[in-house]
Design a protein around this ligand. Sequence first.
Ligand SMILES: CC(=O)N[C@H]1[C@@H](OP(=O)(O)OP(=O)(O)OC[C@H]2O[C@@H](n3ccc(=O)[nH]c3=O)[C@H](O)[C@@H]2O)O[C@H](CO)[C@@H](O)[C@@H]1O
Ligand SMILES: C=C(OP(=O)(O)O)C(=O)O
Length: 439
Amino acid sequence: MTDDVLLVHGGTPLQGEIRVRGAKNLVPKAMVAALLGNTPSRLRNVPEIRDVRVVRGLLQLHGVTVRGGEEEGELVLDPSRVESANVADIDAHAGSSRIPILFCGPLLHRLGHAFIPGLGGCDIGGRPVDFHFDVLRQFGAVIEKRADGQYLEAPRGLRGCRIKLPYPSVGSTEQVLLTAVLAEGVTELSNAAVEPEIEDLICVLQKMGAIISMDTDRTIRITGVDSLTGYTHRALPDRLEAASWASAALATKGSVYARGASQREMMTFLNVFRKVGGAFEVDDAGIRFWHPGGPLNAIALETDVHPGFQTDWQQPLVVALTQASGLSIVHETVYESRLGFTEALNAMGARIQLYRECLGGTPCRFGQRNFQHSAVVSGPTPLQGADLVIPDLRGGFSYLIAALAAQGTSRVHGIELINRGYENFVRKLEDLGAKVERP
Ligand SMILES: CC(=O)N[C@H]1[C@@H](OP(=O)(O)OP(=O)(O)OC[C@H]2O[C@@H](n3ccc(=O)[nH]c3=O)[C@H](O)[C@@H]2O)O[C@H](CO)[C@@H](O)[C@@H]1O
Ligand SMILES: C=C(OP(=O)(O)O)C(=O)O
């Protein structure tokens, strides 16, 4: 048996129900926020994914006690021993996630210093962290680049400031929030990201005693306070996972009920899903997505910051677009290299042509910079099973969808990467009737 390979026998529509739990893009950050409290925090609806395990290990390394709570999926995080922790072997814990960078503010507040090792995350662009370090400097941090990572100190403490992000970056907005809540004075952040996971992090921080307001123009104002307590919070559902299963239902001509999925955070996706020809029904407990029969429609799609079409929805939906009639246009404006996964889809029979130009209404940061960030998808094209090597998290799930929609058997290598953001995905596939096996 090879742990990292999955054989997928395609051609069977996915049918049934899966459960979506807390969002990958909120849960690890809420776990980091527990570092800011002076009493334990309780986080509910925590999925069993690798990014959660990585952050759990990092928090434990920093002296936070993490244990299961009363209900399934609950974590209790006790930060009372952070000051006495002996942080060793941090590299071994950094893992594949980008979350370690968000430890900066909380550790500077608690300890006066922080060490941030190399970061992981998906290889979908350069993914620099210049905004993060720029804002930390504005708060008063001194940053020294060392061979194994970044060393930070705050010799005069951290003070609120006026910050304007060059781009509404999710991680940099969270960096500001996690730093400003205990900084001295007021912080004004303009051009902030306002993704639902950020709003949920603000809810967590408000429960802890923080003072944070959001204006309608992407400005967030934070008034620093002297101390914060722990929180009790149920994480918002993972709208990215729910959309992935929706795309899988559409591409395989199936029907999937995503229990736990929430309409509010998915409105933009649902509009696009409907335009493509997908059907959905929302009830109090989740959303059912299905292919209603007949041809799917080609569309023009541009990814963007919230409330635009989330970039993480793009890759799974592109697989469904290979089954739509006509030419679909996709303009990826958030990451410069998030369309490379289409090469393997072409090898399976898709017809996707990449372009360097901005093929969308909004010229983006990548237009003049030689990045193949637009795609024309010509469909419908039958797909054939193939040998696939997973390039990144969403690309990986997209390959599973393509393999499920294809005729014949695919051998999908590198499936461990999918565990970063999809809880028990092999089990869920089996529950939906997919014919998958470990070789
Ligand atoms: C763990 C997590 O929550 N990951 C999400 C988060 O990633 P992450 O927080 O890393 O993404 P950002 O919003 O920061 O990145 C957006 C863009 O800003 C650029 N940038 C960012 C920071 C910086 O210092 N310099 C810079 O140039 C990036 O290269 C990218 O082109 O938001 C992305 C955009 O919604 C999602 O796709 C990711 O799933
Ligand atoms: C890009 C993603 O995540 P990360 O920022 O963790 O790499 C993603 O979830 O698709």
